[in-house]
Ligand binder design. Structure first.
Ligand SMILES: Cc1ncc(COP(=O)(O)O)c(C=O)c1O
Length: 550
């Protein structure tokens, strides 16, 4: 295909232009457009080649190895030029990155990214719009606003038209920021109504995301301001417990400024009963915030949308498109039912957004000033794949999780821990005869063995006081066979670890007699001392809560 790029309008040279004193080819502009296109193509080709070649989610390089590679780069050294610098970065970063698209990556809430969104990312990075004021963003402001309205519509909020009240919102950097902003708005509403910070309380379950407690701290609320509400066995908020907590707090004279329900808890992927919780919040006139950072993908699910019934009664909702809309980081939003609720974040500066300014400035709704045009990625994704297309991928990961749950329920080596409404799997390796303490101790060790091999990445967490392994399935292209492969690696790692323990229990392991490389006579006293010193240095430099030394 012939290039549509204009010919380079002036010679691209590495020599400084007279009087400029700097490399005039360093920045992206018309004169460097062809270099830009070549550069992006080369980077894309390199990443594409890696995607084809990659067979596991991580290289398996040790921490000390990675730290040495990073330290070996001289950031004050002579410039190497764009091509060489990118080649070096590829060999450092891309080579050792964690690949979320690999089906054996099952650790955290990271998704493979939608191709159209990655294309959009290239566009927005080059144009570098900041969606803070209209005069820096123009059409991008309207596109972001349309997407907020679209999301609000999916939630079930009435959308604002003209001056008529209705929903509004803003894109943010992630769920943490969205939750923080929601609680800031709730705090301001209470503060402006005369409630003192000391008496403010937030109700949430113990498994609400930690950003809730952190927000309370940042908002100046007292210790203990986040009051824990009881749950069912799977960690879903109990409406009865919430009712009791509301009564208890009212009796003390304190004020509940917000109830936080979670639509997709981080570990279990469970959804609090939104309707009954909304009933209680309505009854006492309390702000209901729904943290749907994980569960928001259900907004477009053709088969599971009903799991979010009641979300339309929230006063504010967190959605993380970078978790379950297959968007590149970062892409999140806070959506509020009443746009007047966003008013407390508005702040005016003469140089930027003076109060009398009639232009639509997104900064008036945001905690950030300069802000990426992340909305473009979602825009292009919806246009390219359609909302149903995204929803079908959400359904696929939920179906996969259900199939894995079924598998594990009948596997005698594993113990399934609880259920999910979304796509997580919690389990422990504990065949009959293995006591609980040993099974618990295996959890971090198994995770570590897998991580160090780079072949499969699983997470670990603690449920009801006991450690367990966690799979977070967010890859709609992963098959049941892929996940069975991960479980086989878990099983082999556990077998190996137990076999190793058994060997350690024996004073004179029998294998020493039959395997020449294990025989004590092969190792001199000096070699043993050197190895021990190396291990000790590594541990001292980088201790790990699990006693892991890499
Ligand atoms: C339920 C929930 N809320 C909020 C967050 C925070 O989101 P982010 O990492 O985008 O800040 C997470 C992250 O895992 C989450 O699981």
């Amino acid at each position: 295909m012939p290039s549509r790029l204009p010919a380079v309008t002036q010679p691209v040279t590495t020599a400084p232009s007279p009087g400029a004193g700097h490399d005039t080819t360093a920045l992206l502009r018309g004169a460097t457009a062809r270099v830009y296109a070549d550069t992006v193509r080369e980077v894309a080709d390199d990443v594409a080649a890696r995607l084809v070649a990659v067979t596991q989610p991580f290289s398996g390089a040790s921490r000390s190895e990675l730290r040495s590679l990073v330290d070996a780069v001289d950031l004050d050294g002579p410039p190497s030029g764009t091509r060489e610098a990118l080649r070096e970065a590829g060999d450092l970063y891309a080579k050792h990155a964690i690949w979320f698209h690999e089906p054996t990556y099952t650790a955290h809430l990271n998704c493979p990214v939608a191709l159209p969104a990655v294309g959009a990312e290239t566009m927005l990075a080059a144009i570098n719009t900041s969606v803070d004021t209209y005069d820096q963003s123009t059409v991008a402001t309207f596109m972001e606003r349309r997407l907020v309205e679209w999301t609000a519509g999916r939630i079930g909020f009435a959308v604002a038209e003209g001056d008529v009240a209705g929903a509004d919102g803003i894109f943010t950097s992630g769920g943490t920021q969205s939750n923080f902003q929601a609680l800031f708005l709730a705090r301001e509403k209470a503060r402006r109504a005369g409630t003192g910070l000391e008496s403010m309380r937030i109700l949430a379950t113990a498994v609400s995301h930690f950003s809730i407690a952190k927000s309370a701290l940042l908002l100046g609320l007292p210790d203990g301001a986040v009051v824990t509400v009881g749950t069912d066995a799977d960690g879903r908020m109990s409406p009865d417990a919430l009712a009791q907590a509301l009564v208890d707090i009212e009796r003390t004279g304190d004020t509940v400024i917000a109830v936080v329900a979670t639509a997709g808890t981080t570990d279990r992927g469970c959804i609090d009963p939104l309707g009954p919780i909304a009933d209680l919040c309505d009854a006492v006139g309390t702000w209901l915030h729904v943290d749907a950072a994980y569960g928001c993908g259900l907004l477009v699910s053709p088969r599971r949308r009903h799991l979010l019934d009641g979300i339309e009664r929230a006063r504010s909702v967190t959605v993380d498109f970078h978790k379950s809309f297959f968007q590149p980081v970062s892409s999140s939003a806070l959506v509020v039912r009443e746009r007047s609720d966003l008013a407390p974040v508005a702040w005016h500066a003469d140089y930027l957004n003076p109060e009398e300014n009639a232009e639509p400035n997104q900064v008036d709704k945001s905690l950030q000033t300069t802000r990426r045009f992340d909305a473009l990625k979602l825009w292009v994704t919806l246009r390219a794949l359609g909302a149903d297309g995204v929803g079908a991928m959400v359904d696929a990961v939920c179906d996969l999780a259900a199939a894995v749950h079924q598998d594990l329920a009948t596997d005698r080596d594993f113990r399934l821990v609880g259920t999910t409404d979304l796509s997580t799997v919690l389990f422990r390796y504990q065949p009959e005869g293995l006591d609980a303490a040993r099974a618990d101790a295996l959890v971090p060790q198994v995770r570590r063995v897998l991580f160090d091999s780079g072949r499969a990445l699983v997470a670990k967490t603690v449920i009801d006081g006991r450690p367990c392994l966690k799979l977070t399935l967010l890859n709609p292209d992963a098959t049941l066979a892929d996940i069975r492969g991960v479980l086989e690696l878990v099983r082999s790692a556990a077998h190996g670890l137990l076999a190793g323990e058994a060997l350690l229990d024996i004073d004179e392991p029998p294998c020493r007699d039959v395997h020449p490389r294990l025989a004590r006579a092969d190792q001199t006293a000096d070699q043993t001392a050197d190895q021990t010193a190396d291990q000790t240095a590594d541990q001292t430099a980088d201790p790990d809560a699990d006693g892991e030394t890499r």
